[in-house]
Design a protein around this ligand. Sequence first.
Ligand code: 9J3
Ligand code: ZN
Length: 264
Amino acid sequence: TAADNPYERGPAPTNSSIEALRGPYSVSSTSVSSLAVTGFGGGTIYYPTTTSDGTFGAVVITPGFTAYESSISWLGERLASQGFVVFTIDTNTTMDQPASRGDQMLAAADYLTQRSTARSRVDATRVALMGHSMGGGGTLEAAKDRPSIKAIIPMTPWNLDKTWSEIRTPALIFGAESDSVAPVASHSEPFYSSIPSTTEKAYLELNGASHFAPNTSNTTIAKYSISWLKRWVDNDTRYSQFLCPGPSTGLFSDVEEYRNTCAF
Ligand code: 9J3
Ligand code: ZN
């Protein structure tokens, strides 16, 4: 209950409430010009409109190589409507590599929590990072650099560094079975395996999906991301039921494979 957990937000979840296109909160947004910030390329802040529910955890979301904020913007309102302040960003240049993307998402997190017009709505101590491809590779870089990050969600991540034994941040990695840009065998799967088993982690492989599955509205990505963020940013164990044991896998599932450190 809210008395046990000061970070709990919103009603008790159901499978349909986390699959829905929108959650219980109405959402407002504000755009952040690249000219007004340093260290990243600007973006859009999506936040629950209400000021009656206290502060919310934050989620910074970063696109991949050659891509723009628009490639991940479907997640902005979808996650914010569940009770998060979400910042979808552009990078300084679309060519920036994963380590730079990691630095940029931390700069964006600091802007969001300290300087943005939404700062009073955010709990600066509870920040999560998501990213696609090189942006997903960047979430690993950022969590390594700043262990106080509460959760990361690399989506079809790409990185030349295959070993992430330094990660202490709960990590949900989405792989795509048919990814030929960041094949799971040389990216998501070794990233997952190299994170210590003492760090809470999960690996969800999307059945038959391509590298670009995270670039359009995807209910499997949304429902497990919402659950991961609720569990680790808000300490909300009402969402554990969706993560442990997690989705069934196989021919008739959207999920090819699910690995985890349950129970949590
Ligand atoms: O961010 C990505 O989509 C990374 C995949 C890629 O194009 O890497 C090649 C250098
Ligand atoms: Zn696999």
